[in-house]
Design a protein around this ligand. Structure first.
Ligand SMILES: [Zn+2]
Length: 131
């Protein structure tokens, strides 16, 4: 029976040969067992941390698709002041100043302020063009 208690094994953590008391012993010492356990725990955590990152990389693709879907609406005839600022390369502040001009073509529906893109651009070009 004494032969069973002396088993030459290789530590799964430090790869050193040691004499195991039991055939099931995987590590040369408790320290190696604990270190290996922590290492596996860390790997598990990394796997879990990596998994959501892959999921996170997917929504931006959908967002790009959403932006593309929104783009035709932004190119539409009636636009908001924010969209007008983008179209004209003017700041919203500048636009609010220009809007005070009674001649400035604007569409007010209740609290909504909208602009007919082409009309506004034509108005700005006609009124402010120095050419
Ligand atoms: Zn070891």
């Amino acid at each position: 029976m004494s032969s069973n208690q002396r088993i030459k094994k290789v530590c799964e953590h430090c790869n050193e040969i040691f004499i195991a008391q039991k055939a099931t012993t995987k590590y040369c010492s408790l320290i190696c067992a604990q270190r290996n356990y922590k290492l596996r725990e860390k790997r598990e955590r990394l796997k879990k941390a990596e998994a959501p990152a892959v999921v996170d990389s997917l929504p931006p693709v959908e967002k790009v698709g959403a932006v593309k879907a929104e783009a035709p609406a932004g190119m539409g005839d009636l636009i908001t002041i924010q969209q007008l600022a983008q179209v004209t390369n003017l700041s919203e502040r500048t636009l609010f100043r220009l809007i005070k001009d009674p001649e400035f073509p604007k569409i007010r529906i209740g609290r909504n302020l909208l602009f007919h893109r082409e009309t506004v651009i034509q108005f700005i070009v006609r009124k402010y063009s120095t050419v």
